[in-house]
Design a protein around this ligand. Structure first.
Ligand SMILES: [Zn+2]
Length: 380
């Protein structure tokens, strides 16, 4: 049986996108209680359950404060299991939430302060999502204070803000972003509305955020960028580049990889060298199955565009018959000399400087060398 919660006489309106812990802190302050946990305990609310977004606890808080329980629940991250949270219409992995950091937009806090004083300052749920780096309203970067901050409980936004006011963090200078940020706009839309049906919409929220950024990094700065020199504004611009490609689907993603391969001036066909930063980034996410669709497209591209032997496994994806051959591999396969093989590829107009990169069409080779040999078609 659902417990009966009384309604408080001293209440305040719920802020747009306000989390339950933030609202609880402000409600406590409105009723003259400085410690939010003590307030919750007095009201029969389990503070920890509010922190993890427990449905019944959030509903009880809404009743106490006379606010819309549905809206409060939508804006409160709800722990689904030990790996992920539900945030409105989106599921986000635990490691991609920023719940133990204090993140905020200084201008939003200043606006809250000007409207209703310090009690009006509240936490927006989007500040708890790591992929969101800027304020959609003010176009500035969020300020972030690490969890080892001395400013009180990490979950008690109200208490932390009190400390911030003393430290004048609200008045800290900001870096203003004046560039397009369609990636974050898309990520916010996915939180606020049900998913679409495009390929990108089927990818995990954090998968879109990260793949856009690292693909953009590869395209703009090459295979071996100096990461320490990349600014926060640069990262957003890089994300825009990758996002524009992912928005056009998996074929566009694969096509962008082909463009990178074609632009590579390295003589030796080495996929690790050509895609180094992206390859290593994706390899480091091998324990996250959400990246499987990205791994599938990337590994299929690699197999179709580099001379992998039959039965190769790339990023856990196993492929069948070899499609492309290096000159030496083709020479061995068709029992002809390397020189003869090179001569035949030259005759087909392959540039001499890229002979060893040439992807040999097994069918055409079979026609030229062994007419009766039947092999699968390739993309060459
Ligand atoms: Zn703002």
């Amino acid at each position: 049986m659902r417990p009966a919660y009384r309604k408080l006489s001293l209440v305040l309106p719920l802020g747009a996108q306000e989390t339950a812990t933030s609202f609880a802190a402000r409600l406590a302050k409105r009723n003259g209680v400085g410690a939010t946990r003590s307030f919750c305990s007095d009201m029969g609310l389990d503070w920890y359950k509010l922190v993890v977004g427990d449905t019944s606890a959030v509903e009880a808080l809404a009743m106490l404060g006379s606010v819309d329980p549905v809206m409060l629940a939508l804006n409160t991250p709800r722990r689904m299991n030990e790996k992920c949270y539900r945030v409105s219409y989106e599921t986000i992995g635990f490691r991609y939430m920023a719940r133990t950091k204090l993140r905020f937009c200084s201008r939003c806090l200043q606006s809250d302060q000007q409207k209703t004083g310090s009690i009006g300052i509240y936490q927006r749920v989007t500040w708890q999502i790591d992929a969101i780096k800027t304020c959609e309203l003010h176009g500035c970067f969020l300020t972030e204070i690490p969890s080892e901050s001395k400013y009180g409980s990490v979950w008690d936004f109200g208490k932390q803000v009190q400390s911030l006011e003393k430290a004048k963090y609200m008045l800290a200078p900001e870096i203003t972003s004046d560039i397009s940020n369609r990636l974050e706009t898309y990520l916010l839309q996915r939180i606020r509305a049900p998913h679409g049906a495009r390929w990108i919409d089927t990818l995990g929220h954090h998968v879109v955020a990260q793949t856009s950024t690292w693909l953009g990094l590869l395209i703009v700065q090459g295979a071996n960028p100096e990461l320490s020199s990349i600014t926060a504004t640069d990262w957003i611009a890089l994300g825009e580049v990758g996002f524009a490609i992912l928005m056009r689907g998996s074929a566009a993603f694969s096509s962008s990889l082909k463009d990178i391969q074609n632009q590579d001036s390295i003589v030796e066909p080495n996929h690790r060298a050509t895609f180094c930063v992206f390859y290593n980034w994706l390899r480091n996410r091998r324990d996250d199955p959400a990246f499987d669709p990205i791994r599938h497209v990337f590994s299929e591209f690699l197999f179709n565009n580099y001379p992998w032997p039959t039965g190769t496994t790339i990023f856990g994806n196993e492929f069948g018959e070899q499609k492309l051959f290096s000159i030496s591999a083709a020479s061995t396969k068709y029992s002809v000399s390397t020189r003869e093989m090179a001569t035949k590829t030259l005759a087909r107009g392959c540039p001499p400087s890229r002979l060893r990169q040439t992807e040999l069409c097994s069918e055409n080779l079979s026609l030229q060398i062994r007419p009766k040999c039947s092999l699968r078609k390739s993309a060459f």
